[in-house]
Design a protein around this ligand. Structure first.
Ligand code: B12
Length: 311
């Protein structure tokens, strides 16, 4: 049966049922309006509070937003800083760097950088040659054994490592403590201080090493300190200070705080969670400065047109 037949039959049927309602006529499709040229709202200016807070830190606060998103300039800066962090982690401490800086050169059991990232356990023990070098050349029975190391940022180690080591040595010597042979360990993790400290018979060991880079800080050092170091100590036996770099805790300030902490360890013959830092609250607080930090400037790595443009 042809389609026109069906239509006729349907029309007759409708008529017989008392309803002569023709098929609805075809409607013109609705016109969809053109999209607006600018579909995002105007950027909102950060509040006065956010502006003030952002002036005192390099952290990503008070960065404003465009609708629900970051501004383009913020995204680009974020990506650039991430690249800096990646490259800081990827940097390898040159073999000869320790010797060139007058430091006893030590190596963990790690053989290359990839293995360093994949096998933290190997970064916690010395290789055979280093162990012999340490036994032959390092002064034994010292009060404090500082160890400079690459950790997760050789950039930080090469940047302010020597300065921190020297300031710390001076702070300790001023207090009449004996300080161990200056040394630098390559492919090192925090716990390497246990074996080194045990070998030299130090009362306190402190490892100064590159911390995991964050945004805007590929050059931060951390210091992890332990009383009566020996293989088998855990992180609950340690105390630490992070964020040591020019825009965070500058090396002289950090050295002062570390010496205060070492003093508490020597006095209380313990470290970590059993160490009472209460009596030092004021001194540590004063050393750190309890007020607002000096204004901080986040180094712009990417420029997008004029100020405010491209946001
Ligand atoms: C990565 C990291 C961690 C990771 C460590 C995982 C790993 N296997 O690497 C995890 C998520 C487990 C962690 C946990 C904790 N962390 Co954490 N952590 C960090 C971070 C981001 C980087 C550390 C780093 O670069 N280390 C250097 C590399 C070379 O060390 P590593 O040998 O590879 O790894 C060892 C250290 O990272 C150590 N570690 C990590 N955190 C802490 C904290 C303390 C107090 C100690 C003694 C050791 C320690 O644990 C790892 C294994 O031994 C820092 C921030 C910073 N920018 O430094 C915070 C930081 C060090 N952590 C901190 C804290 C408070 C803790 C916790 C106590 C949190 C909690 N309440 O549970 C725990 C303690 C863990 C422990 N080991 O006992 C604080 C320490 C503050 C202070 N001055 O005491 C920091 C500075 C963050 C902060 N700003 O608050 N952490």
């Amino acid at each position: 049966m042809s389609l026109s037949n069906t239509r006729t039959l349907m029309a007759e049927l409708r008529q017989r049922m008392g309803e002569d309602d023709p098929m609805p006529s075809r409607r013109e499709p609705q016109r969809i309006p053109d999209p607006p040229v600018r579909v995002y709202p105007k950027p909102r200016r950060p509040s006065r509070f956010a502006k003030e807070a952002a002036a005192h830190t390099t952290a990503l606060v008070g960065i404003g937003r465009v609708g629900t998103r970051y501004a383009t300039s913020v995204v680009l800066q974020f990506q650039a800083e991430l690249a800096v962090a990646h490259s800081a982690v990827a940097t390898v401490l040159p073999d000869e760097w320790a010797a060139e800086n007058g430091l006893l050169s030590l190596n963990s059991r790690v053989e290359d950088h990839r293995q360093f990232l994949l096998r933290p356990d190997l970064g916690r023990r010395l290789d055979e040659d280093s162990l012999s070098r340490l036994r032959e050349q390092a002064t034994k029975g010292v009060d404090i054994q500082p160890i400079l190391a690459d950790g997760l940022s050789a950039v930080a180690c090469m940047g302010s490592g020597v300065a921190l080591l020297e300031h710390l040595t001076a702070e300790c010597e001023q207090r009449g403590w004996t300080v161990g042979t200056p040394m630098c360990a390559r492919f090192a993790r925090v716990w390497l201080e246990d074996e080194i400290g045990q070998e030299v018979g130090a009362k306190v060991a402190v490892i100064l090493l590159g911390e995991r880079p964050g945004l805007g800080t590929g050059d931060g050092l951390s210091a992890y300190m332990v009383y009566k170091p020996e293989v088998g100590k855990t992180d609950s036996d340690r105390n630490m200070i992070s964020n040591i770099h020019q825009r965070g805790i500058p090396p002289p300030e950090a050295a002062h705080r570390l010496a205060l902490m070492a003093g508490a360890m020597l006095e209380q013959v313990t470290s970590g969670v059993t160490l009472d830092l209460g009596p030092l609250t004021t001194e540590l607080g004063d050393a750190a400065g309890t007020g607002l930090r000096e204004p901080q400037v986040r180094e712009p790595l990417v420029f997008v047109g004029e100020e405010g443009e491209g946001r």
